[in-house]
Design a protein around this ligand. Structure first.
Ligand SMILES: *[C@@H]1O[C@H](CO)[C@@H](O)[C@H](O)[C@H]1NC(C)=O
Ligand SMILES: *[C@@H]1O[C@H](CO)[C@@H](O)[C@H](O)[C@H]1NC(C)=O
Ligand SMILES: *[C@@H]1O[C@H](CO)[C@@H](O)[C@H](O)[C@H]1NC(C)=O
Ligand SMILES: CC(=O)N[C@H]1CO[C@H](CO)[C@@H](O)[C@@H]1O
Length: 408
């Protein structure tokens, strides 16, 4: 007999649940979420800070079997068989969402508005052979608006972010810091290159001795009022590619100035891969300069009709490779490296083929050094169609084994 939950309201993207799913957090210092595990798992203390619903071996049953949401039988051609002459990615993994949740609430409350990735989820992917985690966070939580973008860090938020980053890198994997801010800070566009440079000098300074940290700079402009979805926009009125470029260059300068000279930097703008060339980004981003010559151009690519990653229907089973083709050619022509920071699609045959085709084309091109699935994270609803959070995110049953694992 289970006790009733003292369930607090989770502000965003959380389906009310009667109990915590297997592998989920069920306790730890400050934990205000559910403490009762699903049938077949037991709340087990991992540390002072973290208790987790672990499968109860006594019964041999986990909720994996009972919460399975993917019941279709895969028939899609998939996997890397037939992907001749591919070069494996140097970095391959998932986005680990959580710290950027509740983005309208600053700083918000840990455990209610936002959370941090589950160590068990990181372990899961490392166990599968992945080595890359992109960790979105919110700048307003790290550098509070009261003192501004160049001001001091919130020590509590930085401490938790650092714990996550260090946990990932302690496993030998790479962790990308991703200020998931859409080029907006405190409700205003980030336009000052010098402030952005200072922010990055300060942040990189915190991590400069960790060679497995990667610095990403999320400059996606989705929240600009004049935009609906940046992945489907060509040159927007308000945000010239030259501005995005200047901010990226300032960030590279700032990161290197901190003494972080060994780490990869991801240079990023506001379009999906499919509009990288047509948007005009390609005209300016080739000029990026890094004294340490270790940058990659980050793009994102979704495979639904408007490229927004909001619909589980893919345009076709070949849309992945097709949408990346122009960007790949541009990278090749400019002798640059690419990084697909977000790719996600539905759990169905056409999408599985399309993801597989995208990854194959990338690995055959010789210019893409990494890719990262959108998204893992403890708070995705169970029906979020691209969730790859173990054990039963919708992408776990088929997309993972058929379209991702073959490209390790
Ligand atoms: C793979 O590379 C080998 C050696 O370069 C070449 O002979 C072969 O034609 C390539 N195969 C394909 C399918 O491109
Ligand atoms: C940091 O995480 C701890 C639990 O490990 C939590 O108690 C605390 O509220 C968190 N603080 C922030 C700012 O994330
Ligand atoms: C998803 O896209 C398909 C095909 O374009 C369309 O039929 C369907 O209505 C869309 N679903 C939603 C929820 O928008
Ligand atoms: C599918 C999805 O929600 N993708 C989001 C991932 O995060 C970026 C920001 O990095 C959003 O713009 C995308 O909409």
């Amino acid at each position: 007999m289970k006790n009733l939950l003292a369930l607090t309201t989770l502000a965003i993207a959380v389906s009310p649940a009667a109990s915590v799913a297997v592998w989920g957090q069920c306790g730890g210092q400050g934990w205000t979420g559910g403490t009762v595990c699903d049938a077949g798992s037991t709340c087990t203390v991992s540390s002072q800070y973290y208790s987790q619903c672990l499968p109860s071996t006594a019964t041999g049953t986990t909720t994996v079997a009972t919460t399975t949401t993917a019941t279709t039988t895969a028939t899609a051609p998939s996997g890397s068989t037939g992907c001749a002459n591919r070069t494996k990615f140097k970095f391959f993994g998932v986005n680990q969402s959580g710290a950027e949740f509740g983005s309208a609430t600053w700083p918000g409350t840990w455990g209610k508005d936002f959370t941090f990735p589950a160590p068990s989820s990181i372990d899961y992917f490392v166990g599968k052979g992945f080595n890359f985690f992109r960790v979105p966070f919110l700048m307003e939580r790290l550098v509070p608006p009261a003192t501004g973008i160049t001001g001091p860090f919130s020590s509590a938020y930085l401490a938790n972010l650092t714990t996550t980053i260090n946990y990932i890198t302690s496993k030998g994997a790479f962790a990308a810091l991703d200020p998931h801010n859409y080029m907006i800070y405190n409700n205003a566009a980030i336009t000052s290159t010098s402030n952005f440079q200072t922010f990055w000098t300060n942040l990189a300074g915190q991590f400069k001795n960790n060679n497995n940290v990667i610095f990403g700079k999320y400059l996606h402009s989705a929240s600009f009022p004049q935009l609906t979805d940046p992945d489907v926009m060509n040159e927007p009125n308000g945000i010239p590619a030259s501005t995005a470029f200047a901010l990226n260059q300032a960030a590279v300068n700032g990161i290197r100035a901190s003494g972080a000279t060994t780490q990869l930097i991801l240079v990023e703008a506001w379009t999906g891969g499919w509009t990288w060339v047509s948007s005009g980004n390609s005209a300016v981003f080739g000029a990026i300069k890094d004294p340490n010559n270790n940058v990659a151009i980050e793009m994102h690519q979704y495979l639904d009709s408007d490229g927004s990653g909001t619909n589980a229907t893919c345009v076709s089973s070949t849309i992945g490779a097709e949408r990346l083709a122009a960007a790949t050619s541009w990278l090749q022509a400019n002798n640059l490296k690419g990084f697909l920071g977000e790719i996600g699609a539905g759990n169905n045959a056409a999408c599985i083929s399309a993801v597989s085709g995208a990854l194959c084309s990338m690995q055959q091109s010789g210019v893409w050094i990494g890719a990262s699935w959108w998204a893992a994270g403890p708070w995705w609803p169970t029906d979020y169609f691209t969730s790859i959070e173990p054990p039963s995110g919708l992408a776990i049953a088929q997309v993972l084994p058929q379209a991702l694992l073959p490209y390790l």
